[in-house]
Design a protein around this ligand. Sequence first.
Ligand code: GLC
Ligand code: CA
Length: 557
Amino acid sequence: MEKRWWKESVVYQIYPRSFKDSNGDGIGDLNGITEKLDYLKELGIDVIWLSPVYQSPNDDNGYDISDYQAIMSEFGTMEDFDRMLGKAHDLGIRIVMDLVVNHTSDEHPWFVESRKSADNPYRDYYIWRPARDGKEPNNWGSCFSGPAWQYDEATNMYYLHLFSVKQPDLNWDNPKVRDEVFSMMNWWLDKGVDGFRMDVISLISKKPDLPDGKPGINGYASFNEPANGPHVHEYLQEMRRRVLEGRDTITVGECSGVTLEEAKKYARSDEKELNMVFQFEHMDVDADGSNKWSDKKMDLRDMKQVLTKWQKGLEEIAWNSLFWENHDQPRSVSRFGNDGEYREMSAKMLATCLHMMQGTPYVYQGQELGMTNVPFGDISDFRDLDSINAYHELTTQGVFSEEEMLRFLRYKSRDNARTPFQWNDQENAGFTSGTPWIMVNPNYREINAQEQMAREDSVFHYYQKLIRLRKENAIIVYGTYDLLLPDDPELYVYTRTLEEEKLLVICNFYGNTREYTLPEDWQPDAMECLIGNYKEVKTGRTMTIRPYEAVVFRRKN
Ligand code: GLC
Ligand code: CA
């Protein structure tokens, strides 16, 4: 397998709005990030993925961009950006930008022009259609509730928006749109950034006839309907030729609706398109059918089956990215672990389970502290438009009661990941001296970076060790993966193999104590513990696996 630095790296995602506020306006900013780069260096990560920092009216917190070559005024200036980039590079940390080009803001000058008249030179930058039987052109729904079409009086036509009304979809079939996007990307790369995380890049190529899809619980077809469209690979190959080729970058595509077969094309190791993709099948194991609004708990067997399918499916062909969290998902300890008595144990267990797989691991800010979901009160505590729109739509339609919907939001809302980073036990968790834009999780007095950096057995130091082990053991990066005990409902056990070397990873996802018997080819006296979340590990042919225990053994030859 080809060795690549981006396979050996660990990526840390920053959601700038919630990371560190430097000027007391309650909103995180670039100078705040610069201030905290030493913290990230200490953690040991190699790459930062910055959620969008471009000029934006913030309908979707920066994922609605009105100027791709300007910094959001709340976050600072281009000089602040350059200073941050310079300091990151001095520390040996690379910076990956979020590339949001499936859509722009409706306040982007291209769209302001586009909606003026049907013969405006920018008209075909977006996707306009006339009404069908006096209504929307098809039955697609927006990811954030309601139809994916907005009627525009000026020209008596509808424009497509797979996300909010303020996020009109770009028309990638127009070569001028591709020219604009590619030259903007080149501008950022010339400035020195190291790559891109590409927002919903699987959705950029729509089938020309925009066919109806199967309706979901709110009556609309999924926003994922256009996933993996007819020209998506062609456009990404063009991007590779016109932007990325000859540059040493890292690229990861957010590919909602991606299948294994499609992922092999996006992320093939011949590097004609992207280095890797984010797939979401493992984020759906606790959904209620196609509906994410539920508080159903996953069945670990489903999780193992999905992750194993991706581990084995991409082996030698393409490259996986590994994640439990990002700014669109609730906190993993609350969702897949235990955010009560075993919070730290389960945070470390989840980290072990993920970081020992094959692929590039992503750590979302606060995950390295075991930050938890948030005890939000009523709907006024939420800021995320996805959560707020879904609450109103589904309660108005009578699909769920208000209490049910609040329960689901507290469990699954994206806002769980968006409350301020917990730096210390001072007011507002040390995030801001002002009023934070979203509530602080009240558990910051116990869960914060300062406390964890000072304590040897903290989640922070466990992550630090996992990241260091990755640098010291090629098998963690390049070894092949094999699942053991597929039908065990509580233990996730797998091996990694690189030539003569072998690792055995044992993770208990529950609070029960379990017996585990070693595979035939492992001898208790010929193996050593590489890392584990309990202090002492007793090896034997049959071992006792404690609540939320994670342990990794290396076979001695
Ligand atoms: C991606 C982003 C999400 C955003 C959406 C629209 O899924 O991760 O935060 O709301 O795209 O840009
Ligand atoms: Ca600020």
